[in-house]
Design a protein around this ligand. Structure first.
Ligand SMILES: [Zn+2]
Length: 606
């Protein structure tokens, strides 16, 4: 793992503060070797010498509040780990039987120990590259702040040819009158081509040089690419704002990172995840080059999480191509196989996002205003027949499938596709995830359980915040505020998971504020009492299960991880508090003291 001091150097002080969390870690936990235990005369009932050799464990945790599945109903006192898996879970007496002369003993002194958390939907390879290589500014950046950040990056003599950065707020061009977005960047780009992602990571913003390098002619005759739009000025000339596949059309000419840079990004994101206590994640769009980087990082011991890699389906932007046969995805899954990755998974993008871009596919029209005078229901990016055929074909071959469905229209259509698939293939297939299913027509809520379709609850948009304002303004009331019906879906038996979607929409991968705000539906840190559809609040136990067992099950890794259970991978975290005894407002401040993966401590301190 990257040591903390190294990480600080790599990520800079701002990022490190986020990893460390707002709370000072205390040193209450202590660990001792079995030998020291005997010498100091502690009253260990089970002298190591009395132990039958075969039973001695590598590590034994005692005196803990072990929440074996993260919830308050699953309490035990300790467990034993051998060869990277849990071999016993139970009372102190039961697990002390596993202590031998070389056993590493962790006395948790009454603190909470949980299974490693699971972020079922993130974009980790992109997050790693953002942290290491991009020109970054806050979602809340004003035009002045954004301009000065780009200027600083563009004037850095060590800057590479392209300045790539982000992420501007979804409402940036609604809230700020910017005559020519590309000229705005030209003024601070110091001759560099500039490309900036928005906070949903669906849309882009480029300067004139970047458009030229991508072959986008500054003419009203320039056609929009398939599945995207060039936003235009009054004369119909592309103004630099790029919606959906138009963003990929431009960004695809940015020279790719080197193999070593890509591998470093995977290593960095593995450490970032572990710092938050996340020991498994789903990467929701993985092109071939990123699969190769995951494999190489894993082979070097730099990937210390279980990673489910949802292969990119159609390609992106200018790389758009027809769907390849299932065998092509099978071949890549086999070629890039490695111990901690799982590549028999695929991601489809059925629509966009319900922000000011109005690109998510809704059942009813978005609002109209001066800047959006045409009524629209958003975009459908895969033809209905193609979607039905593709979902059925990949399900038949045993794939984990994730479909991006950010509007109630795309949710309904995807459920129709799954219904078709279950009819064709039988219902024994794997769960099929509907990513960002925050808007769900009431009549569709019972269909999730019936079809084994997953409400993939990402990103953390269930409390008041700027991107929510953009969404509500675009979707319109009253339905705009009926977003993330967690309680209704759970009551209807829907499979459901949590996930950050980072670096899209979430400022970081930290699951703790998300867990707290599922319970409070309030902003986790700003102290405001304002809530967002409070009727949909769930219990802490339910929220925890969305980052443990539920997420494991929907990613088909429930036999491998997600709970502290004999036979599963010894992935666990040690806290310096008991999360089920502290006020709910303190959950967002949790920073794990230690994170263990496959029986090894991979983050934190002892
Ligand atoms: Zn995503």
């Amino acid at each position: 793992m990257i040591k903390e001091s190294h990480l600080r150097g790599l990520l800079g002080p701002f990022f490190f503060r986020q990893i460390e969390g707002p709370k000072k870690m205390n040193k209450a936990l202590w660990t001792i070797s079995a030998a020291a235990l005997i010498i100091s005369g502690c009253d260990n009932q089970q002298p190591p010498s009395a132990l039958d050799d075969g039973m001695a464990a590598d590590t034994v945790v005692i005196n803990a509040q072990v929440y074996t599945d993260g919830t308050s109903g699953s309490l035990q006192s300790g467990f034993a780990v051998s060869d990277g898996v849990f071999v016993a879970v139970g009372s102190n007496e039961a697990v002390e039987a596993y202590i031998g002369p070389n056993t590493d003993i962790i006395n948790a002194q009454g603190n909470a120990v949980l299974p490693g958390l699971i972020d079922a939907h993130a974009h980790p390879w992109q997050g790693g590259e953002k942290v290491l290589y991009m020109c970054n500014f806050a979602f809340s950046a004003t035009p002045d702040e954004l301009a000065s950040t780009i200027k600083r990056c563009a004037e850095d003599p060590s800057a590479s040819e392209w300045i790539v950065g982000g992420q501007w707020n979804s409402n940036f061009f609604v809230d700020n009158d910017i005559d020519s977005p590309r000229a705005f960047l030209d003024a601070v780009s110091n001759g560099h081509p500039v490309f900036l992602d928005d906070d949903s990571a669906h849309h882009g913003w480029a300067n004139t040089r970047a458009l030229a390098l991508a072959g986008v002619a500054l003419s009203a005759d320039t056609a929009d690419p398939e599945g995207g739009k060039f936003v235009r000025d009054a004369a119909g000339v592309p103004n630099g704002v790029l919606l959906e596949s138009a963003a990929g059309f431009v960004s695809s000419v940015i020279p790719p990172r080197s193999d070593e840079e890509k591998i470093a990004a995977i290593a960095a994101v593995s450490d970032i995840a572990l710092g938050y206590g996340v020991t498994a994640f789903g990467d929701a769009r993985v092109p071939k080059a990123a699969m190769a980087a995951y494999q190489a990082a894993d082979e070097r011991g730099l990937l210390n999480v279980h990673a489910v890699l949802y292969q990119q389906s159609y390609g992106h932007g200018a790389d758009w191509k027809p769907l390849e046969p299932v065998a092509a995805y099978d071949a890549r899954a086999a070629q890039f196989n490695s111990p901690n990755t799982y590549g028999k998974a695929i991601k489809f993008f059925l629509d966009g996002v319900p922000t000011a871009s109005r690109s998510a596919m809704m059942l009813a029209d978005y609002t109209t205003d001066e800047k959006h005078p045409e009524p629209t229901k958003g975009m459908q990016m895969i033809a209905t027949d193609d979607l039905f055929n593709a979902v059925a074909a990949f399900d038949r071959d045993g794939y984990l499938i994730k479909i991006h469905t950010a509007g109630d229209g795309s949710v309904k259509l995807a459920l129709d596709a799954i219904e078709h698939t279950r009819r064709e293939n039988g219902s024994a297939g794997l769960p099929i995830s509907l990513a960002h299913a925050g808007y769900v027509d009431e009549s569709d809520i019972p269909r999730f359980a019936a079809l084994n379709a997953v409400a993939d609850f990402t990103p953390y948009l269930w409390y008041p915040r700027p991107i929510i304002d953009s969404v509500i303004q675009s979707v319109g009331e009253p339905r705009g505020s009926r977003y993330w019906p967690t309680k209704d879906l759970l009551a209807a038996g829907a499979p459901i998971n949590g996930g950050s979607d980072w670096p899209a929409a979430a400022a970081d991968m930290n699951p703790w504020p998300a867990i707290e705000s599922l319970v409070t539906r309030r902003h986790p840190t700003n102290g405001s009492d304002e809530t967002f559809w409070l009727e949909q609040a769930v219990s802490l136990d339910t929220a925890m299960s969305m980052w443990t067992t539920r997420s494991a099950d929907v990613m088909n890794i429930g036999d491998l991880t997600g709970s502290i259970t004999v036979g599963k991978s010894a992935d666990f975290i040690v806290l310096d508090v008991d999360l089920h005894q502290i006020p709910i407002e303190a959950i967002s401040e949790i920073a794990p003291q230690q994170t263990w993966f496959k029986g090894r401590m991979v983050a934190g301190e002892r």
